[in-house]
Design a protein around this ligand. Structure first.
Ligand code: BTN
Length: 270
């Protein structure tokens, strides 16, 4: 019989240290999408910092309308509901916060070396281990609520990975086997609590000193400096060398001798 590490909200709750993220936890074994359920709960008024977790998703959603493969019993699918007072333009920072929180939690849980592919893919080597989908509802230029959805491949073994993502995606278990020869399952409850604790810490930092202090932590994992990339920005493709990230989290690309382009969102191709 295969070993399973069950999600147990009491195990998660007892490890939460911060004042905010996850104090209200909603767990469902199977949902369409934790982001969809979180949006639904948010529109009904649940508290700032509430978190929705599921063991599997039937219609897991990725960025740009893609499907997020979400099998049962092995990975993390969760969505944090926020009701921030800042402007929609500032909201991009939440994705940065979530990416650093995920990367920190991976280091703590598995002693692996994650990298962040701007803005919010977390990779190990060249393969994606975690993705973040941030959605928001606005009214009259103010944020009604935001949902920060985090998907992470944790204990899925290589043999169970979908063929269409095998060459671009990995899991913590696969990478731990490769680097430390360890095939011990990673405790998803600890990992979820760790992500939420980190998120709490960076959210506090963001509220008190702004995104630039969080970016200092983001830079540790930012593996793209100096690289030549191509990026799809709406309907045009921009090519250039990555020279940094600005104080609002936008990517800075050197596109010509004296030309610098600031990219707020887009899909990168190396
Ligand atoms: C990406 O394309 O990189 C983003 C993937 C985000 C997946 C997570 S899983 C939990 C939450 N619920 C969803 O339907 N999507 C996000």
């Amino acid at each position: 019989m295969e070993e399973i590490n069950y999600i147990d909200i009491f195990e998660i709750k007892k490890r939460l240290k911060g004042p905010f993220a996850g104090k209200n936890l909603y767990y469902e074994e199977r949902v369409d999408s934790t982001n969809t359920l979180a949006r639904d709960l948010a529109s009904k008024g649940v508290k700032n910092g509430s978190v929705v977790i599921a063991d599997c998703q039937e219609k897991g959603r990725g960025r740009n309308g893609k499907f997020w493969t979400s099998p049962c019993g092995c990975n993390i699918y969760m969505s944090i509901i926020l009701r921030p007072k800042f402007t929609p333009e500032t909201a991009q920072g939440m994705t940065i916060l979530a990416a650093v929180s995920v990367a920190d939690a991976i280091v703590e849980a598995a002693s692996l070396q994650p990298q962040i592919k701007w803005p919010n893919d977390v990779l190990i080597g060249s393969k994606k281990v975690s993705g973040i989908l941030t959605e928001m509802s606005t009214q009259n230029m103010t944020i009604e609520y935001m949902v920060v959805g985090i998907g992470m491949n944790v204990n899925i073994p290589e043999k169970d990975m979908d063929d269409n993502i095998k060459n671009i995606a990995t899991s913590l278990l696969i990478e731990s086997e490769k680097t430390n020869g360890s095939n011990t399952l990673i405790d998803r409850n600890r990992l979820i609590a760790s992500i939420l604790n980190k998120f709490d810490k960076y959210y506090e930092m963001f509220l008190s000193t702004g995104l630039s202090s969080v970016l200092g932590y983001y830079q540790k994992y930012f593996g793209m400096m100096g690289k030549m990339i191509e990026i799809n920005v709406k309907d045009r493709r921009v090519e250039g060398q990555v020279v940094g990230i600005d104080s609002k989290g936008a990517l800075l690309l050197k596109t010509g001798e004296n030309e610098l382009e600031k990219i707020v969102s887009g899909e990168i191709y190396f």
